[in-house]
Design a protein around this ligand. Sequence first.
Ligand code: ARG
Length: 398
Amino acid sequence: MAEKLVLAYSGGLDTSVAVRWIQENYGYDVVTLTANLGNVDNLSEIRQRALESGAVGAHVADVRDEFIREFVFPALKANALYQGVYPVATALGRPLIARLMVEAARQEGATAVAHGCTGKGNDQVRLDVSVGALAPDLKVVAPAREWGMTRVEEIAYAKEHEIPVPSTLEKPYSTDDNLWGRSIEAGVLEDAWREPPENAYEWTVAPHEAPDEPRYVELQFEEGLPIALDGAEMEPVDLVETLSKIGGEHGVGRIDHIEDRLVGIKSREIYEAPAATILIHAHKALEGMVLTKDQVRFGETVSREYAQLVYDGLWFSQLREDLQAYVDSSQRAVTGAVRVKLHKGHATVVGRKSDYALYQHALATYDEGDVFDQSASPGFIHLWGLPIRTQARVRPEE
Ligand code: ARG
């Protein structure tokens, strides 16, 4: 009896071809696994296609809730943005997919897993490394790294093996999406000088075509996580989906970035991430109200390191877990509300309030009710400037 392998299966051309290719070249019985992270609405059709492509079994799972609660929201608390701009949407999805692959492999008694990533990207690294972290005994097969087929050859292979070819073949871009964002690469986007054509975008309207009237959203946070939108409490998936739609209608969340991949390549990446953009802005604004300046500064360092680890496929590393523990603890006072104005591509924080605000009107005001003691300032400044005055006195002549 052949050994079993679990293949992460999207239902696209690459993974449909991979089912048969793995059987032919490695001799495994292939079981597929398809997960909905907000990007798949026809799980049962995909399951059917997997079986028609030659899979001996097909697992499907709607994991939107787990994705948001266990991966996206922890990263939101850390304000995770790779290179300061990319909300690491795809990077957050991979460890979850790896975990599902490992779970399916255990259920099936499989000895290997496989994915359709090429050898040029980040996702192969994330999946391989994450599977290794959870199940170092499983072998990982990546046919698209090995087979060297062009797109045309893949189609020919599919026809020859009577594999149903998906209808959505002639797409001008390579895309990936989940609830936290959409990534668009390749085609004309590879010309870094050229503005992305409108047809690259699916979630956002062009900012200049967005409504003239601004839309205000009020977000309620509790310990660093959003729990209500415009006064209505919402489940995480619902809140992110709704905010994504509203943001998209106002052209919010388009990102155009020259990104440093793990494998040393710089690539031109376009993203649409309306919900992530709004939530990270709002979350940071609330932190600014309730954290001390030292917490804010240290948080920026943690945020950068955290985003780098997630991008680099090290979600399951102990360092990411330890940073998470700091981040989670730092959120104890991040409770309050933020008002964000969405207008023609911009998401601007225009209001914030919290019971734990360190912003105190009585200390800040220049008007009536000021409690700040200005007579303490000269003494403070005298000591603050002591080192630099001392240095000025003993400094050698230039
Ligand atoms: N560059 C992003 C990342 O590495 C997105 C990659 C998504 N893949 C795609 N085929 N568009 O996380």
